[in-house]
Design a binder for this molecule. Structure first.
Ligand SMILES: Cc1ncc(COP(=O)(O)O)c(C=O)c1O
Length: 407
């Protein structure tokens, strides 16, 4: 926190703007607009998920339609497709960026047109852990087939492709300010739009689609998706330190890379080439299956008692500690070892095409996301992670590795 957040929140109370609109919402939108640049417009919303939902609606997605979406992602990229009665078509990743494979994307478009007689309604690439997707190739393919692109930059706030901020290339750009993101409004999000007309349409949908009458007249279904003026106050404060946050995340990633560079079998994920400028929202690494970790023989022996990330104390218990697609035993053992040392590390996102809830969705796969899921891990990287913490985390990883029967 910068200290400015409380000032903006206090102002909201003092002026009685404790509603989902007001000076902080407008001010936050102005800040975001300046930050993303490219003459884009921005609508502040209550979450990144609602931003995905409204972008899909504005692209005309409805029952029976198909939407092409990156499989290697958090569920919020694809779930809103199903809210609309449409079907997600999952696209696997390329191995350098870990994001949407443009070759597979084109293959999928051709195949969907051949099979259904219709082109999919939208393309949703995702900046996984902040890493840019190959937006120049994705845009070229999208333009060739006339399909709009919704960039899911929820994790990639401030990441750039060749110097240009993610979320400003496609028809829409999704941002998230959830508690764990690059900046936070406690909960919140935004949709980057290409022009004022589109912005106004999104704003209208986000405020229950009210027609211009002295009473409530509704001719379309809308949503209550606007950001609260209190949360926007936090956002305005956060925008004063966003550049520092991004610099910090990048520095943490560099330090992990440097300190882990001498560990055989461990690779810290980095920018594939200078066109990619990740914000390194989360630092990630892969661990070769040949690396043995202390306690590995006991991996997955007990049922995990909490949902990942917690869910307001409500835990949907699983009966079986194993599924048919899970991280390797050494990754699970390393997670437990680090947890015992007070470090929260997590597996990568499990690809959507391997999620039971999506077992009937079409998928165009090359094995990349599934193999990364088995060997990958996320490391702590937030604003409170110090250089000293990174050294401790790296030392813990080194201690967890079994060498010649010792550790
Ligand atoms: C890739 C991705 N898309 C969308 C979202 C949705 O954002 P929110 O949590 O603000 O609804 C998130 C994060 O939660 C995300 O990681």
């Amino acid at each position: 926190m910068s200290g400015r957040e409380q000032q903006y929140i206090q102002e909201a109370f003092d002026t009685n703007w404790v509603v989902p609109l007001g000076p902080n919402v407008n001010g936050f939108e102005e800040d975001l607009k300046k930050f993303v640049g490219q003459d884009r417009e921005v609508v502040a919303l209550c979450s990144g998920t609602s931003a995905v939902h409204l972008a899909l609606i504005a692209c005309g997605v409805g029952p029976g339609d198909e939407v092409l979406v990156q499989s290697f992602t958090f569920c919020a990229s694809s779930h809103p497709i199903t809210y609309l009665g449409a079907t997600p078509v999952f696209i696997d990743s390329e191995k350098d960026s870990w994001n949407m494979d443009p070759d597979l994307l084109e293959e999928a478009i051709e195949d969907r047109i051949a099979k259904t007689g219709r082109a999919p309604k939208a393309i949703v690439p995702v900046a996984l852990y902040g890493m840019p997707y190959q937006i120049d190739r994705i845009m070229a393919i999208a333009d060739k087939y006339g399909i709009p692109v919704i960039e899911d930059a929820a994790e990639g706030f401030g990441s750039c492709w060749e110097g240009r901020v993610l979320g400003t290339f496609g028809k829409f750009g999704v941002l998230s300010f959830n508690g764990n993101k690059m900046i936070t409004t406690s909960g919140g999000g935004a949709l980057v739009c290409e022009d004022v007309e589109t912005k106004n349409k999104i704003m209208w949908y986000a405020t229950q689609a009210r027609e211009a009458y002295p009473y409530y007249q509704h001719e379309a279904i809308g949503y209550n998706y606007r950001l609260s003026n209190i949360c926007a106050g936090i956002g305005r404060g956060q925008m004063t330190i966003v550049d520092e946050h991004i610099a910090h995340h990048r520095r943490v990633q560099e330090l992990y890379s440097e300190l882990l560079s001498d560990v055989p079998g461990i690779r810290v994920h980095g920018n594939p080439d200078p066109r990619y400028q990740s914000n390194f929202w989360l630092c990630t690494m892969t661990v070769d299956p040949s690396i043995r970790i202390v306690g590995q023989e006991n991996a997955y022996k007990t049922v995990v008692k909490g949902a990942v990330g917690g869910a307001a104390g409500v835990v949907h218990c699983s009966e079986n500690p194993r599924t048919d697609c899970e991280p390797n035993d050494n990754i699970e053992a390393l997670r437990v070892f680090m947890d015992q040392a007070g470090i929260e590390a997590r597996p990568l996102w499990k690809p959507m095409h391997r999620q039971p809830v999506y077992k009937n969705a079409p998928a165009y796969v090359n094995g990349v996301s599934e193999s990364l899921f088995k060997v990958g891990m996320c490391l702590p990287a937030g604003p409170y992670v110090t250089d000293e913490d990174v050294r401790y985390i790296v030392d813990t990883i080194k201690k967890a590795i079994v060498r010649d029967g010792h550790h």
